[in-house]
Design a protein around this ligand. Structure first.
Ligand code: NAI
Length: 406
C-alpha cells in the first residue's frame, strides 16, 4: 500500500511511519549540535511522550547533552486492518531505536495515563529500569477527555471563551479553507470540566502517586507546560476555558513545589510558545494568529519549534543555569514563579507586527500575508509527510508495520 495523507478537518487520519522516523531523526540532529544540557537528569519520566513538547523534551534529554534514560507514557494506536496507526506510535518506536543505538534505556508505555493500571505499570518500570527513582517528571498530556474514577463518568473539555462569545476565523487544514465562526461562551459546567481535563489536578495526582510509591529521587524536579499568549488571543485563550485551566495548573505548580521541596526538588509550570501540534490546531480562531506569528518570528530569526523550545528550557532554565562556577542559582522565573520561554513570542515589537498582519487577514489573502505554507508543512511533518528525504511511493504492508515493535 502507498500511504497517503488523509486529513479530516484539522485531524490527520493517516501517518507515514518513515516520515515519523525522519521527524525524530531531524530533532535528534538539532539537539546534537545545539548548546548541550549540562548537569541534567539521568532518569526521566515523560507523561505525553509521543508528540509535541513531550517528544521534544524526551529527545532533548536523551540526545542533547544529558544522556537521559527515559520512560515515556502516551496514548497511541498501532497498525491494524483499520489503518496504519498514529504518528505518535511510530515516534515512540523510532525514538527508542535511536536511543538504544546510543546505549540509552527507552521504555514506551502505551496506555491511558489516567488509568490506575498505567500508573502501576510506570511504577514497575521505574523499579525495573531506574533502580526505583526518577530525577525529572515531565507532564505534557494534551487531551479532551479525562475519566472521573469516582463516578465512572468522563469530564470533557470545551475550548470556549468565558463571558462573551468570540467571532473569528479558522483554517481547515483538510482543504486549506477559511471559515468565520462564532464560538459561544462556556457554561459553568463546561468551565469546570475543562479545568478537570487540562488543569493541574491530574498532574498533582501523578506526583502524589509517585511520592507514595517512593519513586522520586532526591532533587527530583517536575515541570508541566502552559500557555498564556497576548491580547490578540486572549478572548479565546487566556480569558477562556483553557486559560483558566492553565491558571489552575500554575496553582498546582506552587502546591507541588512545596511537596517537592521535601526531596530538595521543585515543581514548575513552563510557559511555552504557540506552535502547531496535534493539540493546538483544535483551538478555534487561533490559526490567523499562528500564521502571522510564524511569518514574523521566522523573518525576525526568532522562530522556534518544540525541539528548540525544549533545548532552551533545559539549558537556560531548568539545568545549566545553575552551573555558574560554584555558584548555585535558582531557576529563573517571573513574578508568578512561572518559567517563561514564551518571551520571544511576547516581545512587544513582535506582537505589534503580528497584530498588524492579523488585523488585515482575510479569506483572500491569508496565504500571502501570513506563513500558512509553513504552518501546513509543520502539520504535515508531525504526521510524517512532506519530508524531502522520504520515498512516499514505497509500497508498505501492514505486516511490515506490525513487525516494527519496540
Ligand atoms: P500533543 O497533542 O502533541 O501531545 C500530547 C501527548 O499526550 C501525546 O503524547 C499523547 O499521546 C498524550 N496523551 C493524550 N491523552 C493521553 C492519555 N489519556 N494517556 C496517555 N497519554 C495521553 O500536545 P502538545 O501541544 O505537545 O501539548 C502538551 C502540553 O503543552 C499541553 O499541556 C499544552 O497545553 C501545552 N502547550 C502547548 C502549546 C502549543 O502551542 N502546542 C503552547 C504552550 C503549551
Amino acid at each position: 500500500m502507498i500511504i497517503e495523507p488523509i486529513i479530516k478537518g484539522v485531524v490527520a487520519r493517516s501517518a507515514h511511519p518513515y516520515g515519523c522516523e525522519a521527524a525524530v531523526k531531524q530533532q535528534i540532529e538539532f539537539v546534537k549540535q545545539a548548546a548541550a544540557i549540562k548537569n541534567g537528569p539521568k532518569r526521566v519520566l515523560i507523561l505525553g511522550a509521543s508528540s509535541g513538547f513531550g517528544l521534544a523534551s524526551r529527545i532533548a534529554l536523551a540526545f542533547g547533552g544529558s544522556q537521559a534514560d527515559t520512560i515515556g507514557v502516551s496514548f497511541e494506536r498501532g497498525p491494524s486492518e483499520k489503518g496504519v496507526g498514529t504518528a505518535g506510535w511510530y515516534n515512540n518506536i523510532f525514538f527508542k531505536k535511536e536511543a538504544e543505538k546510543e546505549g540509552r534505556i527507552a521504555i514506551n508505555i502505551v496506555g491511558d495515563a489516567f488509568a490506575k493500571q498505567t500508573r502501576a505499570q510506570v511504577v514497575e518500570a521505574i523499579e525495573t529500569y531506574f533502580e526505583g527513582e526518577v530525577d525529572l517528571v515531565i507532564y505534557s498530556l494534551a487531551t479532551g477527555i479525562r475519566p472521573d474514577h469516582k463516578t465512572g463518568e468522563k469530564w470533557v473539555s470545551s475550548i470556549k471563551p468565558i463571558g462573551d462569545s468570540v467571532t473569528g476565523a479558522s483554517v481547515l487544514l483538510e482543504d486549506d479553507s477559511w471559515h468565520e465562526s462564532t464560538v459561544e461562551a462556556a457554561s459553568d459546567a463546561e468551565i469546570e470540566s475543562t479545568l478537570k481535563v487540562m488543569g493541574g489536578s491530574d498532574w498533582e495526582s501523578w506526583i502524589d502517586d509517585l511520592i507514595n510509591s517512593e519513586s522520586l529521587a532526591e532533587g527530583c524536579k517536575t515541570v508541566a507546560f502552559s500557555y498564556i499568549g497576548s491580547e490578540i488571543t486572549a478572548p479565546i485563550y487566556r480569558d477562556g476555558t483553557l486559560g483558566w485551566a492553565k491558571v489552575d495548573l500554575h496553582q498546582a505548580s506552587h502546591s507541588l513545589n512545596l511537596k517537592m521541596s521535601n526531596f530538595n526538588g521543585s515543581a514548575h509550570a513552563s510557559v511555552c510558545k504557540a506552535l502547531v501540534t496535534k493539540a493546538s490546531v483544535f483551538i478555534p480562531t487561533l490559526t490567523p494568529y499562528l500564521i502571522a506569528l510564524y511569518k514574523v518570528m521566522k523573518e525576525n530569526g526568532t522562530h522556534e519549534g518544540c525541539i528548540e523550545q525544549m533545548q532552551r528550557l533545559f539549558t537556560t532554565k531548568l539545568y545549566n543555569h545553575a552551573l555558574d562556577g560554584d555558584v548555585q542559582h535558582d531557576i529563573p522565573v517571573d513574578a508568578e514563579r512561572l518559567i517563561r520561554i514564551d518571551d520571544w513570542e511576547l516581545d512587544g515589537a513582535t506582537q505589534a507586527q503580528v497584530k498588524a498582519i492579523v488585523d488585515n487577514m482575510t479569506a483572500d489573502n491569508f496565504k500571502q500575508i501570513g506563513d500558512y505554507q509553513g504552518l501546513k508543512k509543520e502539520f504535515m511533518q508531525i504526521n510524517g509527510f512532506d519530508f524531502d528525504n522520504v520515498d512516499y511511493n514505497q509500497d508498505i504492508s501492514i505486516d511490515e508495520l506490525q513487525a516494527l515493535v519496540d
